[in-house]
Design a protein around this ligand. Structure first.
Ligand SMILES: NC(=O)c1ccc[n+]([C@@H]2O[C@H](COP(=O)([O-])OP(=O)(O)OC[C@H]3O[C@@H](n4cnc5c(N)ncnc54)[C@H](O)[C@@H]3O)[C@@H](O)[C@H]2O)c1
Length: 285
């Protein structure tokens, strides 16, 4: 299937990086946010991401503008009426996402595929936002941050997604250099379940005074080959978000995902990580 025109809804951290990943792969991308100023800010952030690629020698200076020219910030749905693939990356809230999809459903062409980048909402439940005729063309496409760099994408069919659509979307993702994996529509999909099981165990090691955060990070980097340790990662991601995800996993899977008291304590103290200058580590020193 020819899918040259892509729409991305939500120009925040994920949406702007997803738009960039498609533009780097040669696609024309319309990037929508609630205002043109927000969509344009998303594009400005992409410019900064491209500078990082250039600095690392992964992109020629001359290609930067060519990539940016493929991205059009917008604040209305008209410009994506003829898109063939649309990814939603707005706030993680069912009603907000539902409104976006039901609006898109009335505007977009019948053969347009809808994807959501949700981390925690059931794909099958979100699919109820569109009319029955489009159910086969609705699925989850879960990118990892920063989406222009991270190769993995979890592709999550709903109960009603057509197999052919899953194959087309996986091919589309491969065409921009990603490595998609197909995952069932379960809470946390695959990666967040493995990841948070590890974070929770890291918190237990600290509670039991088995080792310090520095040494646990060192253990994961030098013993397991991880590029970052769990404490460094928790601080980059934001401890409030880490706690929220673990509460969602705990609701679904019970004890094995119960958030540890030491994480709750960090959140109560506003030690959220790099964003507040203090998390498991102190960045104000
Ligand atoms: N942050 C992560 O690491 C991560 C990873 C994978 C998936 N996700 C998921 O991606 C989605 C976006 O997360 P984020 O971190 O980019 O959030 P964010 O808050 O940075 O960005 C959300 C953007 O959506 C915009 N928006 C809200 N309502 C809108 C509407 N009706 N129409 C158009 N734009 C609208 C906001 O103005 C904002 O710019 C969430 O569903 C989240 O769960 C996040």
């Amino acid at each position: 299937m020819e899918m040259k025109k892509i729409g991305v809804i939500g120009a925040g951290m994920m949406g702007s990086e997803i738009a960039l990943a498609f533009a780097m792969g040669g696609y024309e991308v319309s990037l929508k946010d609630e205002t043109l100023a927000l969509a344009t800010k998303g594009k400005e952030n992409m410019s900064k991401s491209l500078e990082r690629f250039i600095k690392k020698g992964k992109l020629a200076e001359g290609d930067k503008n060519k990539i940016l020219e493929r991205i059009k910030p917008i604040d209305n749905y008209e410009a994506i009426r003829d898109a063939i693939f649309i990814i939603e990356a707005v706030f993680e809230n069912f009603t907000v996402k539902q409104n976006v999809f039901s609006t898109l459903d009335n505007i977009c062409r019948d053969d347009c595929i809808f994807a959501t980048n949700t981390s925690s909402i059931s794909i099958t439940k979100l699919a109820t936002s569109v009319k029955r005729e489009r159910l086969g063309r609705f699925l989850g496409v879960h990118f990892f941050s920063p989406a222009s760099v991270m190769k993995l994408v979890e592709v999550i069919p709903s109960l009603d997604t057509d197999g052919e659509i899953v194959t087309s979307v996986m091919d589309l993702l491969r065409s921009i250099g990603k490595e998609p994996i197909q995952v069932k529509d379960v809470v946390g999909f695959a990666v967040n379940r493995i990841f948070h099981a590890m974070l929770i165990e890291a918190c237990r090691l600290l509670e039991e005074e088995v080792a310090t955060p520095e040494d646990i990070d060192k253990a994961c980097k030098l013993g397991l080959g991880h590029p970052m340790g769990p404490y460094e990662l928790m601080d980059v991601l934001n401890n409030k978000l880490n706690l929220e995800v673990q509460e969602i996993l705990f609701d679904s899977y019970g004890e094995r995902f119960r958030p540890r008291p030491n994480l709750k304590q960090r959140v109560n103290a506003n030690h959220l990580g790099r964003v507040t200058g203090r998390g498991w580590y102190n960045y104000n020193k």
